[in-house]
Ligand binder design. Structure first.
Ligand SMILES: *Cc1c(COP(=O)(O)O)cnc(C)c1O
Length: 479
């Protein structure tokens, strides 16, 4: 008998367990795609989940895998239409396994020779589709939240007075970021993390369709500048999280240029439209940005977290963290593109760019274009059918694959409708028939779907509408 520590690294055990796992996942994929009886999300109260997994004994890898699969939220189910996370491409899940196994940490080149090069290639490929020039460069981070914070730090170092990285904020009181109230909450969080406080966020009013209203840019800027604030950056949403609204990126870009402030485009969700002939125009003006964030795990079907932060001028990416870490890099002031940790938050960071690289190389950008087209088209079709139904109320025209709406009954007042829609959502999600989410807009409760699954069709969406009506009836008569 080998000692357990050595046995745990057995190639033969790995082969056997690996085959078991792949078979399980393939069977699961087949079952989940043919939906019928399977609940989308086998929801249990958090405390139950906690005690279940606490008391769980580990009998065999197979039993463990099975139990995890069974209790998961099934993103590959055609009735999954909840948060903005796409089901993983099976091919991407396989490269994800490789990424996990090799564990090459692409913070320093020597730790991940392939991963580092691939990271740069992926960033440069995004830059090409954006329309940035050859000066462009970028990095890959774990998630849009971290990428947006990184971009804001770069913006502050470049546009602030003096050297904030070394001197702190002494010479830069009252710094602020301009953004609409529809921005993802991580922008506000970034401002607060950066020590700017609540006053570090200057909000721009929105249009009826939830876009940043360009007509207010100048007046908002003037008002806050007169109050002593120094706006150093403006963020455009492509698209916004709640309703998927696309800002007029060109107008905001021109404004940023005129004021000499940093222009950041948060295209975490909508950036994948770069690969769509049909919807590329939603990103018109994105090339005016100084930095752009795109989440591949949202609309590029990757298995792993992979966010690209792309700078128009790659030189700026070196200014975010201008410091010396002698144990990692000898000549720390050199612009070594291949030592990524110089430009990223993360030190040990996996070569997650591999996922995106594989999607682009194996399947081609056309696959992502087709995915964008199909899901965006579907949201429009679903909108049409809801809009013509008096039992539903819509609130916006979808420009992406995100749609907010609610069940409507003219006999009921606002509170009753909020309550009714809340109970409809709760009952449907608990039943496992569909997985959708909600949002609050203008103090009103709305149901919210993001069409993320390529297998979801209009028929599934119409089934959701029927299910909602049925639930509305059941919830109304219960009282
Ligand atoms: C999802 C999202 C984020 C956050 O990205 P994560 O990858 O979830 O950290 C930021 N901005 C927008 C517009 C988003 O849709």
């Amino acid at each position: 008998m080998k000692p357990p520590l050595i046995q745990a690294f057995s190639a033969e055990d790995f082969r056997a367990d690996g085959h078991t796992l792949i078979d399980l996942i393939a069977d699961y994929l087949q079952a989940v795609q043919s939906e019928e009886d399977m609940p989308v999300c086998p929801l249990v109260p958090p405390e139950d989940s906690l005690s279940r997994w606490k008391d769980q004994s580990f009998t065999s890898p197979k039993a463990f895998y099975q139990q995890i699969i069974q209790s998961a939220n099934h993103l590959h189910h055609p009735h999954y239409m909840g948060h903005q996370v796409s089901p993983a491409l099976p091919s991407s899940a396989l490269s994800g396994l490789l990424v996990s196994f090799l564990k090459n940490a692409s913070g320093v080149f020597e730790m991940a020779p392939a991963g580092t090069a691939i990271e740069k290639i992926v960033a440069n490929e995004f830059a090409r589709f954006i329309g940035f020039g050859t000066q462009s460069d970028g990095i890959i981070t774990s998630g849009g939240t971290l990428a947006n914070l990184t971009a804001m730090l770069t913006a502050r170092q470049v546009k602030g007075t003096g050297d904030i990285w070394n001197d702190g904020l002494e010479n830069n009181p009252n710094l602020a970021i301009m953004v609409s109230e529809e921005a993802h909450y991580c922008i506000e969080r970034a401002a607060r993390i950066m020590g700017l406080g609540a006053k570090g966020l200057v909000t721009i009013p929105i249009t009826k369709e939830f876009k940043t209203n360009p007509a207010f840019l100048e007046s908002v800027y003037q008002k806050h500048t007169a109050e002593g604030k120094k706006v150093f950056a403006i963020v455009g949403n492509a698209c916004s999280t709640a309703t998927g609204a696309h800002d007029d990126l060109r107008s905001i870009g021109r404004f940023a240029q005129a004021k000499n402030i940093w222009y950041h485009v948060d295209a975490a969700h909508g950036g994948a439209a770069l690969f769509s002939d049909k919807y590329r125009n939603l990103l018109d003006g994105i090339e005016l940005a100084d930095s752009v964030v795109i989440d591949a795990h949202k609309m590029m079907l990757t298995s792993g977290l992979c966010t690209a932060l792309i700078y128009k001028d790659g030189n700026n990416s070196y200014r975010t963290f201008q410091f010396k870490a002698q144990y990692l890099f000898e000549e720390s002031q050199d612009k070594e593109w291949f030592n990524m940790a110089k430009r990223t938050f993360e030190c040990t960071k996996f070569m997650n760019a591999l996922n995106t690289y594989q999607v682009l190389k194996q399947h081609g950008p056309e696959l992502i274009g087709a995915y964008v087209d199909q899901t965006y088209d579907l949201a429009k079709a679903f909108f049409k059918s809801l809009d013509s139904d008096p039992l539903f109320e819509t609130i916006h025209h979808p420009s992406a694959n995100i749609l907010c709406f609610r069940y409507f009954d003219e006999q009921k007042n606002k509170e009753e409708l909020d309550q009714l829609n809340r109970s409809i959502l709760e009952a449907i999600v608990r039943s496992g028939d569909f997985y959708l989410v909600s949002t609050t807009i203008n103090n009103t409760f709305y149901l919210r779907v993001s069409i993320m699954n390529p297998l979801t069709t209009l028929t599934h969406l119409q089934a959701l509408a029927v299910r909602i009506k049925k639930q509305a009836l059941a919830s109304s008569t219960k009282k």
